[in-house]
Design a protein around this ligand. Structure first.
Ligand code: TYD
Ligand code: MG
Length: 458
């Protein structure tokens, strides 16, 4: 097969005919890598253009197709299943990304251990020896597990073993060390990773078995070729490990068989990863004394609410221009909120540095935290603590209005379950029937909200 050389961006997947220092797609520097692809027209000589094989291609009317409810295999861990949208789908390929040390190998070995008693499971490790895996299995209390282990890195050999053993579930740890002998490129390069993932995907569909591929995130924070893999795989989940925390969050990034906004929470213990079934409780471990700049909010992660604490610190500018730093939150939105507060409530923080953080290392992308973030900033600015039994949520609009959020009632129910008694929420989220045991102050605009708060500040 004739091939030609192109240059692929390892960050966004854009292709370029020539090497250049900066990617034209995502403007990243030094991210291009050489790759070879088949020349157009080498396989298809029919003259009808690419993709026409000459054979009669059958078409089917949608209404005549019997939809198959895909049967799912439970991973044995409810948190993992939820992120996958209910379990593993046979014939699908799941990519698990995460930093080195996040616990990907641990989580997948535990999953394989739980599955192996029910169905044949193959764990292929190219990074660790079989003895090392066995040592870890002993530590995880699964020494007598029925998992089949293999230490392989050649995609051809992996295919051979899979065709012979016919496992239901195959774990490949990791895709970056797997290589195809007939591809001239080092393991871990875009060309190798893409080719190997494509071959394994074909194998998965052929054998109707599930592949779980491990992918390390590189120093720059991108999975070597996440974009180049994204269209090949069916499901992409990320295992995040906040620095210094023993909690790990598993989040769906792409899922062909379910929603992607689910969040699974695990804790790393000396016996491996343990599921955290009530994550609100851990993200809310607060110190005893009320402190200025701290407020609890309730976010909606996939199908369930999660209570988290937002902290803010407002301080006189330390030289130069005022800083706006947000950890676990959107810094752009923080700057926007400060402008709204200035324009509509006359509170200026132009000569103040503003820092905001979500405790516990969770990342919150929802706009429903807008109001809580600004309330925390306001409390820190006034240096007055908020009541400990208060929870705040709502989206902020540029005109200073507080906009409704989805699942408002469910959020208030969750707040009440955790023993809070007061809520500040958008007027448009008012329910027909009030919820017993909880006092909700509904607010329409940001200045309403700050007025209500002024009466509550300690
Ligand atoms: P690992 O699964 O090897 O991470 P990855 O495959 O994502 O690179 O996890 C490594 C970390 O987990 C390591 O720092 C040790 C820790 N660990 C525990 O704390 N307890 C355990 O039982 C195990 C197996 C690992
Ligand atoms: Mg590993």
């Amino acid at each position: 097969m004739k091939t030609k050389t192109i240059f692929v961006c390892t960050k966004c997947g854009a292709t370029h005919p020539k090497w250049q220092g900066q990617c034209a797609g995502c403007e990243e520097w030094n991210s291009l890598e050489e790759a070879s692809v088949p020349r157009k027209g080498t396989q298809f000589t029919s003259g009808y253009g690419e993709g026409y094989s000459g054979a009669l291609t059958a078409i089917t009317r949608l209404s005549e197709v019997k939809a198959q409810a895909s049967q799912r295999t439970s991973t044995g861990m409810a948190e993992f299943d939820r992120v996958l949208g209910g379990g593993l789908v046979p014939g699908s390929v799941v990519l698990m990304g995460g930093d080195p040390g996040a616990g990907k190998s641990t989580l997948l070995l535990q999953m394989a251990g739980k599955l192996a008693s029910r169905e044949p499971c193959l764990y292929v490790s190219g990074e660790e020896s079989i003895q090392q895996i066995a040592g870890r299995a002993v530590r995880l209390g699964m020494a007598d597990s029925q998992i089949n282990l293999a230490s392989l890195t050649s995609v051809g050999q992996i295919a051979e073993v899979v065709q012979r053993e016919r496992p239901e579930i195959v774990v490949i740890d990791s895709i970056q060390v797997v290589h195809a002998d007939d591809v001239e490129s080092v393991p871990g390069s875009v060309t190798q990773v893409r080719e190997c993932a494509a071959r394994l995907t074909r194998l998965a569909k052929q054998q109707d078995c599930t592949f779980v591929l491990v992918g390390h995130v590189t120093k720059e924070g991108n999975l070597a070729g996440p974009k180049v893999l994204e269209h090949i795989i069916d499901c992409f989940v990320m295992l995040d490990s906040p620095p210094g925390s023993r909690y790990r969050t598993l989040r769906g990034v792409k899922n062909r068989f379910g929603a992607v906004n689910e969040l699974g929470v695990f804790a790393m213990t000396d016996k491996g990863l343990r599921e955290v079934l009530n994550p609100s409780a851990i993200f809310l471990e607060r110190s005893g004394e009320p402190a200025a700049g701290s407020v609890v909010t309730v976010t909606w992660e996939g199908t369930r609410p999660l209570l988290v604490e937002i902290q803010a610190l407002v301080d006189d500018v330390q030289g130069g221009y005022p800083r706006r730093v947000a950890v676990g939150l959107d810094a752009q939105r923080l700057a926007m909120h400060l402008a709204i507060m200035h324009r509509h409530c006359g509170v200026s923080l132009a000569d103040q540095d503003v820092f905001a953080n979500v405790t516990g290392g969770v990342r919150v992308g929802e706009t429903a935290v807008d109001l809580a973030l600004l309330v925390a900033v306001y409390s820190s600015f006034r240096n007055r603590p908020l009541p400990r039994d208060l929870v705040v949520f709502g989206e902020l609009g540029l005109t200073g209005e507080i906009r409704p959020v989805p699942n408002g009632q469910e959020r208030i129910h969750e707040v009440q379950k955790h023993g809070f008694t007061r809520v500040l929420a958008p007027t448009a989220n008012r329910a027909k029937r009030p919820i017993a045991g909880i006092e909700v102050a509904f607010v329409k605009t940001l200045s309403d909200a700050l007025d209500t708060l002024s009466n509550m500040l300690g």
